[in-house]
Every structure is written in structure tokens, then in C-alpha cells.
Design a protein around this ligand. Structure first.
Ligand SMILES: [Zn+2]
Length: 209
């Protein structure tokens, strides 16, 4: 986890090198490439956390973590699509074995990462994409900042229940994930649409016990 944070910190420090007069969106492409690796690793990490939660008997939290893993995969898939359009190599192997602690520790670490991404990393990437006039990527970074904020909110709530009650019986057990922006929802009606990207809810992925 510490590696993850220092990895992002390096990226943020590198951003001022961006040249606004460039016609090639070099920094945004670099940011997308780094994000593919990061989001792939996040998906692997959340799936490992989900297995751990299930082993501890926390099946509702396990379902939440699987939904968040799918969310991260959707982001990586989108990034690969955009990078391919620019002729970039998108074959990036997952390069880390996740550190898995107790579910309590895993939720705390996830909360810290999601807050950092939503409040610091993605808003900067969004501004860089705007400066490079890469409007599709700008919108995408806006979406992933909102989605990371939602991940943080759900991790915070699950963590609160676990700390207070010692189990996850009051954590929601049914989750939906928007296939366009990856936003997870606790409950969703087929009449509704994603409030981040307006995708129709009938297309959502469903995760439940
Ligand atoms: Zn959406």
C-alpha cells in the first residue's frame, strides 16, 4: 500500500513538466498508461480482499469488494481503449502481489487510497487532460474521481459497521455496477440511470449473494 501511494506521489510531482503548447496529449497518455497498471492492480487487490472477507465470514463486505474490483476493471478497460486509439501498447501485466491483512485493515487501507485518488490524483489528471484538449479523457477522469469518492464512501460505511458491531450484518449485500463509468450502487431501480455518467440502469452489472 505504501508502494501504491509513493507511486502516485511520484506522478503528481512529475505533472508540472507538462507543456501546454504541445499538440500531442503526451502527459494524458502517460497518466492513462500509469492508471491502467494501477487500476489492474487495484482490481486484483480488491478480489484478494474479497476472498479474505469471505474467509472471515463477512459475505456482505465480500460482495462490496467484488463490485469495487469490477469497477476498477471497467476503468482499466476504458483506458486501454483510449490508449489503443493513440497506437499505444496496452499489454500491461499485473506487477504486484497484493498485501492482504485482516478485513478491518484492508478496508482502512482501501479508504485511504480511494480518498487520495479522488481528492488529489484524478482532479490533477483531469486538469492536465483539459490543458491538452483531450475532452474524452477529461470527462473520464471526472467520472473516476466521482467513482473513487463513492468507493471511499462505501468502504467508510462498511468499516464503521465492522468497528461498531463486529460484523457486517447491516452492510448491504446487493450491489450494481455501471458498465460505462464503473460507479457502484447499493440499490437501483430499472427506471434509474447512473448519476455519474447517465448510463441506463438496465445495463448495470449485478452482484449479490
Ligand atoms: Zn455510470
Amino acid at each position: 500500500m505504501h508502494f501504491f501511494l509513493s507511486h502516485w506521489a511520484w506522478l503528481v510531482m512529475a505533472l508540472p513538466l507538462f507543456c501546454a503548447c504541445s499538440s500531442h496529449p503526451a502527459k494524458t497518455i502517460e497518466n492513462l498508461k500509469n492508471m491502467v497498471a494501477s487500476e489492474q492492480n487495484a482490481a486484483v487487490r480488491y478480489r484478494a480482499f474479497s476472498i479474505q472477507a469471505r474467509e472471515e465470514g463477512f459475505h456482505n463486505i465480500a460482495n462490496l469488494l467484488v463490485a469495487i474490483a469490477r469497477s476498477e476493471e471497467i476503468h482499466a478497460e476504458y483506458q486501454r481503449k483510449v490508449l489503443a486509439e493513440y497506437g499505444e501498447d496496452v499489454s500491461m501485466p499485473v506487477d504486484s502481489v497484493p498485501e492482504v491483512g485482516s478485513t478491518l485493515e484492508n478496508l482502512k487501507n482501501s479508504l485511504r487510497v480511494e480518498e487520495y485518488e479522488s481528492q488529489t490524483v484524478f482532479p490533477i489528471f483531469m486538469q492536465v487532460a483539459a490543458n491538452e484538449r483531450m475532452s474524452e479523457a477529461e470527462q473520464f477522469f471526472q467520472w473516476v474521481a466521482a467513482v473513487a469518492n463513492r468507493h471511499a464512501e462505501y468502504c467508510r460505511k462498511a468499516l464503521g459497521k465492522l468497528e461498531k458491531e463486529g460484523d457486517d450484518r447491516n452492510v448491504v449485500n446487493s450491489w450494481s455496477v455501471c458498465p460505462r463509468c464503473g460507479c457502484p450502487y447499493t440499490t437501483v431501480s430499472l427506471d434509474e440511470a447512473c448519476d455519474v455518467c447517465q448510463m441506463e440502469a438496465s445495463a448495470f452489472f449485478l452482484f449479490q449473494q
